[in-house]
Design a protein around this ligand. Structure first.
Ligand code: ATP
Length: 388
């Protein structure tokens, strides 16, 4: 029944006894399948993944009269309906506050308890709802279909290009290297998602998206994601290169007043680690310590995995410099003079604007638009692994 991809293993929270995640996830999956087998409006498609905390599944709009664009939504529920309700409430709150930011997954709908949508009104009521749904199928119909169950439900936009864990694995397995132009662009997306966590957007469901900009108005959201990792960064739909989105805000928390810069630093540090993994995934698997202090260019830095020009030969020197500064440390490994979020935003913005002609001849083909399209095709669009 369940075909959960391997990239779902992990997650730091353990509300469910370790070793029983799969058992709980399968029970939840069965419950959801049963609920949707009776729905005339939404179809259960597949399990997308599960962690220690929730089960994430894919649904599609049945659209019996073929009136709408094909529509798919992601359904997220706790592994145990009564556990983790607080995390779900906080996740939904954070997603609501961040809705409208371009580099954050978009919340479609949320309920604290689907039981509130339990259907009443007998056969006539149900028939009327079905007729209305044939014309217009709002997300509440998902909640209604699940109304005999219990617990919170989050509905999200669906992104079919997978997550960065898959890219890190493929870069590793194919023994390839991402072009610096791709790395700059993705770095800027990741930094933008950190900027998003500094201010609330509170956009309407289905509303327009706006690219994030550092704010200077003294107001700060102080949100810390607390679980930034390649598996929690999704690749966008239409322009895979231009849009990475942060998902999974189950562990996100707002810091206290006065914690503005610390919250920024925490998120930024985590995305800088993601960049190291994208650039040199081999370092993570060959047993070496990935963050080892190393003297380089007049500083001590933990970014040892991207410094060696033999190991990572064609990395843009400006990108290497930014990452080494972002991991600059004292001899006892404490952070030292690292670029701020605003500075990293500006430097990655400039980096992402560089054209292939700015790179040496030896890598120009690799950095060209055609070269990048080829890489995107191989790493993202070719469906040759179990994710799809
Ligand atoms: N909007 C989405 N579109 C497509 N796939 C998604 C989406 N949201 C989540 N997924 C997939 O489902 C997996 C699990 O989702 P999510 O991280 O939200 O749940 P979780 O239970 O908190 O997992 P974990 O504990 O591993 O972080 C993700 O790694 C991702 O691959």
């Amino acid at each position: 029944m369940m075909q959960t991809p391997v990239n779902q293993i992990g997650g730091a929270h353990l509300p469910v006894l370790e070793g029983t995640f799969l058992e709980h996830a399968q029970a939840r999956e069965l419950e959801i399948r049963n609920a949707f087998s009776k729905s005339g409006m939404w179809r259960f498609e597949k399990v997308l993944g599960h962690g220690s905390y929730g089960l994430t599944t894919l649904l599609s709009d049945k659209d019996p009269l073929n009136l709408r664009e094909p529509r798919q939504v992601v359904l997220k529920q706790p592994l145990i309906p009564d556990a983790d309700v607080d995390d779900f409430v906080l996740e939904a709150e954070a997603l609501q506050n961040l809705r409208g930011h371009a580099h954050i997954i978009q919340l479609i709908g949320y309920t604290a308890n689907v039981r509130d949508f339990r259907q009443r009104g007998g056969i006539l009521g149900r028939s009327l709802r079905r007729m209305r749904a044939a014309l217009h199928n709002p997300p509440e119909n998902v909640f209604r279909a699940l109304g005999r169950n219990q617990g919170p439900v989050i509905l999200l936009e669906y992104l079919q290009n997978g997550n960065l864990a898959r890219i890190v694995n493929k870069v590793h397995d194919n023994r390839t290297a991402l072009p610096s132009r791709v790395l700059w662009t993705w770095y800027h997306c990741l930094v933008s998602s950190c900027v998003a966590m500094t201010y609330r957007k509170e956009g309407p469901a289905g509303g327009p998206l706006e690219f994030e900009e550092p704010q200077n108005n003294g107001v700060h959201y102080r949100l810390m994601h607390n679980d930034i990792a390649p598996r929690n960064v999704m690749i966008g739909e239409r322009e895979p290169l231009d849009r990475l989105l942060l998902i999974d805000f189950g562990m996100a928390r707002q810091g206290p007043r006065g914690y503005e810069r610390s919250a920024e630093k925490e998120n930024l540090y985590a995305i800088n680690e993601v960049m190291l993994m994208l650039i040199n995934p081999r370092r993570m698997t060959n047993g070496e310590e990935s963050l080892r202090p190393m003297p380089w260019n007049g500083m001590l830095t933990l970014a040892s995995s991207v410094l060696d020009e033999k190991e990572v030969p064609h990395l843009d020197p400006q990108l290497r410099l930014l990452l080494s500064e972002s991991f600059r440390c004292t001899s006892d490994r404490r952070p030292l003079d690292r670029p701020t979020l605003a500075e990293t935003f500006e430097r990655t913005r400039r980096g992402a604007q560089k054209q292939a002609t700015a790179y040496p001849a030896v890598v120009r083909q690799h950095e060209s638009d055609a070269g990048i399209r080829g890489i995107i095709q191989t790493l993202i669009l070719d469906a040759d692994d179990e994710w799809d």
